[in-house]
Design a protein around this ligand. Sequence first.
Ligand SMILES: Nc1nc2c(ncn2[C@@H]2O[C@H](COP(=O)(O)OP(=O)(O)OP(=O)(O)O)[C@@H](O)[C@H]2O)c(=O)[nH]1
Length: 772
Amino acid sequence: MKFRAALFCVLLGWGLTLLVAGIYYLDGKQQLRSLQMTHLQGLVERTATDLDDRIRTRQQLVIRGAASLTLTPEELIRDAPNLISRFHYLKGMFSTAVLYDRNGVIVADYPHIPGRVGLSVAERGYFQRTRDTLTPQISEPFRAKTPSRRHVVVFSAPILTPDGRFAGMLAGSLELFSPEFFGELSQLAIGKQGYIVLVAQQSRRFLFHPDPAWVDHPIPSRTQAPALYRAVVENRFGVSEGALSRGEDGLAALFKLQSVNWVLGAAIPLHEAYLPLQRFTRTLLWIGLAMMLLLPLLAWLAMRKMLAPLSVLQQQLQHWQDPSTAGALNVVGSSELVEMANTLNALLAGRQAFELRLSEREAFFRALNDVSPLGVLVCDRQGEIRYHNQVAAQMLSVSGIGCNWLKNVDAAESSRLIQLMAEELTIGGLVQRRSHLSPQQGLRLLLELRLTLLDDAHCLVILLDVTQQDAEQQALAGERERALAILGSISDAVVLTNQCDEVEYLNLPAQALLGIKAGDPLGRRLCNLVDFRHPETGMLLAAYELDGLTAGTHVELDMETEDGEVRAVVLALSSVAAQGVMQGYRVYVLRDDAERRQREQEQRYQATHDALTGLLNRRALQQELSQLLEGGRLPAVTVAMLDLDYFKEVNDKGGHQAGDLMLQAVAGLLYEGLRDSDSIARMGGDEFALILRHCDEADGQQVLNQIRQRIECYRLAFAGQSFTLSASIGLTQIQSSDATPEEVLARADKACYAAKFSGRNRIATTQGELLS
Ligand SMILES: Nc1nc2c(ncn2[C@@H]2O[C@H](COP(=O)(O)OP(=O)(O)OP(=O)(O)O)[C@@H](O)[C@H]2O)c(=O)[nH]1
């Protein structure tokens, strides 16, 4: 750690040193370049200004001298020797003063050089331009025709005639490298290797160059010295970096003289220009080298000092590899490490607490597994056991860790389980299966297996011996089959419902009785399969009423099936079990009650009706009278007794059968003559009793008299004979004082007797009135 940190610091320091040095180098180089360019430019501009001054001064001298002469060409030729003496002063500025005639022939010179007078310069450009333009000229440098053959420059001015024509020319020639003119250029120092050049634009030749060989030499091509070429040929001046005239790279400043088409340039090679930078760089390198050498030592010492608390922490942490020796960390000297140590201490405390809980839980689970009736094992995906409890070992007959429990499972089931654990089972997924173990000592155990993945490589298997349970279930299933067979064989309808009153079973008679045509009735509530109604009221039996029936109940109900058919049933209810899984289950036994109820109705009818005539019998009439009397205050009710007259004769003449027919006919006449609200009863033999409701005695007399007349008019034809008869009627109105039916009937009977006694075929009241 220390080494790595120190190495990192060293590398970082080196990198930073190199980066800073590089930035300083590049920046210094740029600034130095800019400084050198500024220096070159200033030097060139100052020198050009100085040269311009010198040239203008000399040119002005020549111009003024020429302007002081106005004469004819002949006078010039004639007076030339004298005239030249007037221009001795030019000797201060020029090396020679010369007078030319109008043809360019030298006519006088100063200082006089033998052989020069008589020479012609008619072919020189400066003469021709002076003559043709009548303006002063400065020639290109050329080699003089004198024996010295030195490079000279001529400043010329035209001498005019009085009428302004060209009479001749005054010129001052100057040696190019005379100390007065360009001699100072060679004195200008630009470092050790920098130099000044002067180039004539017209001839593109060097006028001045520190190397004499280059003087009067054409300038290099564009590719060789691009900056110089651009300035001379294209008039593009300024400071630039590139190839110089001698081929080396350098900085160059080029400037055009104003008085003449000459280009002045200053150049300095790059290695000369950047010489200060090289010295600086060398110093920088030494400093950097020293730093790079010192840096590892300093970094190592610094890291050692800084990371001392970390070393302490590292030593203390080595004890943490063994949880039993792990102690609290104690570090000083670094707030970050102290904070980290505190955090680790908290983690250690948490880990110890967690391990304690884990060990407690492991002990708990091991104890639980040991006492559990369930077999528990952990195996890999091929079935090799990693852990098992005792129950699992007994169930599977395995000897210990490392065994493969699947060897004791049926072969086909074993391969299926391997496939399950190896391929299909996923973490979080649970598979439940029943598997037979291979027979051992005649026993063939059936286990219920629950498999789940603990991690990618291990499965948890829970085993439950369900051999006994399976046998019991099979026995139970047999029991159920038998019970269902029994239930199916009885004629009563049996319906079994669960705690939610949903049908779980119904036998065939129940399906027939409930009229289930389509759909599965199982799972539906009984009250939704059919409607139960109270037989007397026809009111629907609500679901809660059905639920409220208690075991042992027998109740008569009308049952309306889905297709609208109403059946009379007797519902018997019993509960299956008071507790256990079948608690709340109910057995409904439904029996068709139509016949019994019909029979009972007939018995009730027979008890209250006369079998021969269908009228009420005596007892029924007495009951009706009792009910009337019990009802308290009554509207007018008339009670009458009717006895046929000499009925015995009908029996005697026509036989008993004729008598019965006559009795039935009289019953019909009575039925027709009375209202529905009235009651008619045969009291016995040929005696009838009538109750006329809402009918007082007077009205009763009228109604009964009509009945009497109808009976009187009636003829019964039977067996070739015709039978007639009459009736005696006694009537009475129920009084508020009447207490019993017998009391009322006795009074009516008494009136009937009176009617019969007074001659028959008449009506008598209790007041003794007679109507016939
Ligand atoms: N055919 C027939 N005769 C019956 C029946 N019950 C009673 N009788 C007969 O009805 C006759 C009743 O006769 P009585 O009440 O004695 O007298 P009666 O002949 O009507 O003469 P009066 O009542 O005095 O006018 C008897 O001869 C009975 O045998 C019956 O159910 N059918």
